[in-house]
Design a protein around this ligand. Structure first.
Ligand code: ZN
Length: 275
């Protein structure tokens, strides 16, 4: 089965439930299954990008903070899929290029767009620049993801928008700016899902971490930063609606392995979610 992960950077669970009307509609109609995923600590971006893709905590994968800049040395969804002969793609922040294509130092001229079957992320469209960290509008990130799906029909596609993180860093997670950014992302997803689900994609929507009410504060243990949503929109068949259950972020990687029909490596010890 083909899988898309929409990793909404800094999407907290309660605001998603309150504001993402399209995704919650799918849950209400039992066309999707909803969980609350408990993010690993530190509730930071780079450590949890790696956690979501390796299924192990930062004390094991070693990406303990945002400034640990190197290629992943653990079995991960991109490397496992590529080794199985599957096609991988990502429209994502350039930290993904560093983590999985090993582009350290990252050079936006050389590494921004890649199509190379020997890479873990074979078809990559990356945004942002070291030191400047210039943001890309979500609509452009999703458009590049949709293009990758149409052009290359990848087995695993990551779409990683960052505007919620930007709004949360500037205004906090209890702000009109953050809520508007969440609604805008839900609207883009409402355009994407009806296009890509018929192509056979199971679509997961989740986050690396949430956002505290204070601007520019995440990293710790409060529910605002540890509780993130996990929506699973199956391509073939119905969801079960809102389970009300909590799952560990460590369960996401083995769940993706099962969906892609690739063996779960011994390093992923958390149980996959039964779908
Ligand atoms: Zn983040």
């Amino acid at each position: 089965m083909k899988v898309i992960v929409v990793l909404c950077d800094a999407l907290r669970d309660d605001v998603a439930a309150a504001q993402m009307g399209y995704l919650e509609h799918l849950v209400e109609q039992k066309l999707a299954t909803r969980y609350t995923a408990i993010a690993q600590m530190p509730t930071m971006s780079r450590p949890n990008y790696e956690t979501i893709h390796t299924g192990v905590p930062c004390s094991v994968h070693g990406i303990t903070n945002n400034y640990e800049v190197r290629r992943s040395n653990m079995p991960n969804i991109f490397s496992l899929a590529q080794k199985q002969g599957l096609v991988t793609a990502a429209s994502a922040f350039y930290w993904y290029s560093e983590l999985y294509n090993g582009t350290v130092p990252y050079d936006p001229v050389m590494h921004r767009e890649v199509d190379d079957e020997s890479l873990w992320i074979q078809h990559g469209r990356f945004y942002g620049v070291p030191a400047l960290h210039t943001e890309q509008p979500d609509v452009e990130v999703f458009a590049a993801g949709g293009m990758l799906a149409r052009r290359f029909y990848p087995d695993y596609l990551l779409i990683h928008p960052m505007q919620l993180d930007e709004a949360g860093e500037n205004y906090g997670g209890d702000s009109v700016q953050y809520r508007r950014a969440v609604i805008a992302q839900d609207t883009i997803i409402a355009n994407l899902v009806p296009q890509l689900k018929p192509a056979g994609y199971t679509i997961l929507v989740t986050a690396d971490h949430g956002m505290n009410n204070d601007p520019s504060t995440h990293g710790g243990s409060r529910p605002e930063v540890r509780h993130v949503p996990l929506y699973i929109i199956p391509a073939d068949g119905d969801g079960v609606g809102n389970t009300g259950q909590q799952v560990s972020q460590l369960q996401i990687a083995p769940t993706i392995c099962n969906l892609l029909n690739i063996p779960i490596p011994e390093t992923m010890t958390a149980p996959p979610i039964e779908l």
